[in-house]
Design a protein around this ligand. Structure first.
Ligand code: FES
Ligand SMILES: [Fe+2]
Length: 373
């Protein structure tokens, strides 16, 4: 049986890919321990500021190095004092010269593209930098941006259902009735106007019909005309970074035709498998208007926390029911098109499950026997 929600793969997520291991601001000189793709690792900064990632358990007696002191870029095991370089190689033991085999920590490739620390999850020796989601994906084309409300959530559910949920607009009115419901219930999910499907990037864009500009929008954007449209986008970069509910506020002329973009509000999410059945969820927000208004930041951040927690409740309720789920026979709605497209795209990056041996009753007949119908 394939690993739900895949039809042909027994993997839970694609390997040989980059995943977010942490926010830049989470990593300092002291180690942070985190399980990523089933591997327990520690992350820390060298004196140069470079981020390093190595396996988290001392090979001698499995002491977690979470509480290790780091002295001159050497990790000191808190149990018997073995010292490791920031590349994981054991360099010194306190009571003997000879370092026995098997004492090195495994080193992982980590790359910092603020606000994220990316980790290469894969068997391939050399990481493929061309698969690293483009750092500028999170930057607007012009102007200044404020990044705020950055938070790390933990979800007891497999990463693929967390990812697909971000491309599913039809749950909004039902899962988020208090935080988002009313606004979205009015419009309902609309068909994407534009789809871009290229290496490392899949994007769905929708443009709402023109509406009278309400007071709240006028207060934020005094130059806004009397008609406004919202361009919303859902985008997947690489396999793990999602912009969902990115919305651009567009001024319109009297006929309701778009004239110019006045503000951009982007909710971004990085989805990283912790194990086959659990996920780290890094959520943050970006905007290019009212940059100094703390109240706006707080109110968007609070609402985003509420929205993510509502999603987490649903996903954690589903996860324990998936052991025998068979995606091949699951019905789909028309509103599932984007999420299913994401599912197929991710599945295409994974190894196919070897097909199960087929039971062929005919082959059990002794060869010399003739079988007559
Ligand atoms: S457990 Fe680390 S040196 Fe013994
Ligand atoms: Fe949601």
């Amino acid at each position: 049986m394939a690993f739900y929600p895949f039809i042909e793969s027994r993997q839970a997520y694609p390997r040989n890919q980059w995943y977010v291991a942490a926010w830049s601001h989470e990593i300092g000189a002291a180690p942070l321990m985190r399980t990523i793709a089933g591997e327990r690792i520690i992350l820390f900064r060298e004196r140069s500021g470079a981020v390093r990632a190595v396996s988290a358990l001392c090979p001698h007696r499995q002491m977690p190095l979470e509480t290790a002191e780091i002295v001159n870029d050497q990790i000191i095991c808190p149990y018997h004092g073995a010292a490791f370089g920031s590349d994981g190689v054991c360099t010194h033991l306190p009571f003997q010269k000879h370092v026995p085999a098997g004492m090195d920590l495994k080193a992982f490739h980590a790359v910092e593209h603020a606000p994220f620390i990316w980790l290469w999850v894969g068997e391939e020796e050399a990481p493929d930098l061309s698969r690293l989601p483009f750092a500028r994906s999170l930057q607007p084309e012009s102007g200044q941006t404020l990044l705020f409300g950055m938070k790390t959530f933990h979800v007891r559910a497999r990463s693929q259902i967390v990812l697909e949920n971000l491309f599913d607009q039809s749950h909004i009115s039902f899962t988020h009735p208090l935080s988002l419901g009313q606004r979205c219930a009015e419009n309902g999910p609309t068909k994407p106007a534009e789809i871009i499907d290229e290496k490392n990037h899949l994007s769905f864009t929708r443009l709402s019909p023109a509406k009278d500009t309400d007071e709240a929008l006028h207060a934020l954007f005094p130059t806004l005309s009397s008609q406004t449209r919202i361009r919303s986008r859902s985008e997947l970069f690489g396999v793990a970074l999602v912009i969902a509910a990115g919305s651009e506020i567009i001024a319109c002329d009297e006929e309701g035709e778009p004239t110019s973009s006045v503000g951009d509000l982007v909710f971004f999410h990085a989805i990283t498998p912790e194990t086959d059945y659990s996920t780290h969820y890094f959520a943050g927000i970006m905007r290019n208007f009212a940059l100094n208004d703390k109240d706006i930041s707080n109110s968007y951040a609070e609402r985003n926390d509420q929205v993510v927690n509502e999603d987490v409740r649903v996903l954690e309720a589903i996860e324990p029911c998936l052991a025998d789920a068979d995606a091949a026979h699951e019905p789909n709605f028309v509103t599932d098109a984007a999420a299913v497209r994401v599912r197929r795209r991710i599945e295409a990056l994974m190894e196919k499950a070897p097909s199960d041996p087929v039971y062929e009753p005919a082959s059990l007949l002794p060869e010399q026997m003739k079988y007559e119908a």
